[in-house]
Ligand binder design. Structure first.
Ligand code: GLN
Length: 536
């Protein structure tokens, strides 16, 4: 069975940040829209077992899957484009590969043998790649290899690709993404870096089948022919990838370049139907032709690096499109907000989102912003730490518990309104030990949350250690902050909202992970709607 599964590898050359993730997701989208079942996997060359322990400044957002894997943010793109959930199997790191091999070695699985990069590490890499194919759910598996060809740390992956290509023949192919820089002084596009990058792949024994060339100017037929000649690929397999205004344009640009057709021909698969991209085009049409504009604020402490809030930023775009509204996001550093400047910084915003996060830095600015949103009746959405801050703010300023805090920030507070769960108290290891992945939540009928979701039972993804402290629940509810979403297995509070406020909702989970182009998340859609209403 697995012999029919097709494997496509996407490698990168010349420089990092060329957008392998978006190209992979765009190709997958086109193949999916021709009627194929496709998934995308990311192999990351670093030694961390997963990115869960990485600071967002290092690595951008940590994306969480339904099964609770802490993963690379590219998995977010895969889900947003394909509208199909990913899982732990979709993100593998060198740390995870070695961990498995070393654990097996200790168990005696290789008794008598020297354990080596080839074949033991490369075999484990191949096993992880084929795992997705073997589920029987997908006809095509696209595997994106992190880093740039030539990096020391990605060598075992490249070697595994060489072996799979050799073993699988036309069931396996390689797409290499490169850059064609434009030299202003010479007034020319330059192909040499691409030639060198392909040469390097050839040194490792891999002949790429398709070259996707990032460029700021159109590639002429001649340039394509030249690249094809020097790199041993067919001219129609040299694909131009122009810079685009939106990442959501890229599937259509790749369709124009017939990337999907070239790929299917190489894999000896039928073209089936033309890609059905009608809904996608409708989305793009609305994205580019908004009927209204609003500005909302996103308050966080990693805002120098917008990738730290990737899924939130994309969920806002999806929700804007659903409302035919262009949402301008003002990114505000939580460390900069105080009582003196809050009016000036937030006064003109039509909605305020307070972002997730860890640790003490910037916490008082978030609380100040929430007080401002609550008192001025500005639509407010608090996500994870943002929800916890809303609880702290209410405890301090409405309930009068002046020292109220989360025990994450102040372990000695007399009013620990956010506290560790009992099970979490015993845990000392930091990797993969949070409350992670999908949990059910029951929503109270008649609440704001119920009207947002239009139903009473939801499942959302989590990533946190601390929780609303139920000891204080009565105080909160008696004074107008209601717990309207509860995990009925554990009694944990998942949603809070204010009774006397047009739109003030805090959620302990991360709705942003589930928002896709075809299925914008109702919380974001209704939040943007509330912001539009407020602006009138
Ligand atoms: N730091 C908080 C916790 O661990 C919130 C985490 C988050 O915002 N993802 O509970």
């Amino acid at each position: 069975m697995s012999s029919n599964i097709k494997y496509i590898f996407v490698t990168g050359g010349v420089t990092s940040s060329l957008g392998k993730g978006i190209i992979s997701a765009s190709l997958a989208k086109l193949l999916q829209s021709r009627g194929y079942t496709v998934t995308i996997q990311k192999l990351d060359p670093y030694i961390n077992v997963d990115p869960g322990t990485l600071n967002p400044y290092e690595h951008g957002e940590c994306y969480v899957t339904n099964d609770g894997a802490e993963t690379d943010l590219d998995l977010g793109h895969y889900e947003r484009f394909l509208n199909v959930p990913t899982s732990q199997a979709n993100n593998i790191t060198t740390g995870r590969i070695y961990q498995t091999v070393i654990t097996k070695e200790r168990e005696g699985a290789y008794l008598g043998k020297t354990v080596q990069v080839i074949p033991h590490i490369t075999d484990e890499i191949k096993r992880c790649v084929k795992l997705l194919g073997e589920t029987g759910e997908f006809e095509i598996v696209i595997t994106e290899i992190g880093g740039t060809v030539g990096d020391i740390e990605s060598l075992p992956y490249i070697e595994a690709v060489r072996q799979m290509k050799w073993e699988m023949g036309h069931n396996c192919m390689v797409i290499h993404l490169t850059l064609i820089p434009y030299l202003t002084a010479a007034g020319e596009l330059k192909t040499k870096p691409t030639q060198h990058s392909v040469k390097m792949l050839l040194e490792y024994g891999i002949q790429p089948d398709v070259l996707v060339c990032r460029t700021e100017h159109h590639l002429s037929k001649e340039i394509k022919r030249k690249i094809a000649l020097f790199c041993n690929v067919q001219t129609n397999a040299v694909i131009e990838s122009m810079d685009a205004a939106s990442i959501y344009d890229v599937p259509l640009l790749m369709m124009q370049e017939q990337l999907d057709k070239v790929v299917l021909q190489k894999l000896k698969l039928p073209l089936k139907q033309d890609p059905d991209m009608e809904q996608w085009k409708e989305f793009l049409g609305k994205l580019k032709n908004p009927t209204t504009y609003i500005t909302i604020g996103l308050i966080g402490k990693y805002i120098e690096l917008k990738d730290a809030y990737k899924s939130i930023a994309e969920a806002i775009i999806h929700a804007g499109v659903a409302n035919e509204c262009k949402v301008n996001v003002k990114w505000i550093h939580s460390e900069k907000i105080n009582d003196e400047n809050v009016q000036e910084l937030l006064g003109t915003l039509k909605g305020i989102i307070v972002a997730p996060g860890f640790g003490d830095r910037g916490i008082e600015g978030k609380i100040t912003a929430i007080k401002f949103a609550r008192e001025n009746k500005i639509p407010f959405l608090g996500i994870c730490l943002g929800m916890q801050c809303a609880v702290i703010e209410f405890a301090r300023n409405v309930l009068g518990f002046k020292d109220a805090h989360s025990t994450e920030m102040n372990a000695a507070t007399k009013h620990p309104v956010i506290d560790f769960m009992e099970e979490q108290k015993k845990i000392t290891a930091k990797g993969g030990t949070m409350r992670l992945g999908l949990y059910p939540c029951k929503i109270t009928k008649g609440s704001k949350a119920f009207s947002i979701y239009g139903k009473g039972n939801i499942n959302e993804r989590h990533r946190h250690r601390y929780e609303f402290n139920n000891k204080f629940l009565n105080d909160f509810e008696a004074n107008g902050m209601l717990a309207t979403g509860i995990n009925t297995d554990t009694d944990l509070v998942e949603i809070v909202e204010l009774k006397n406020h047009p739109w003030f909702v805090g959620v302990q989970y991360h709705p942003e992970y589930k928002s896709t182009v075809l299925k914008p998340h109702p919380l974001f859609v209704k939040f943007i709607k509330a912001a539009m209403d407020y602006s009138k």
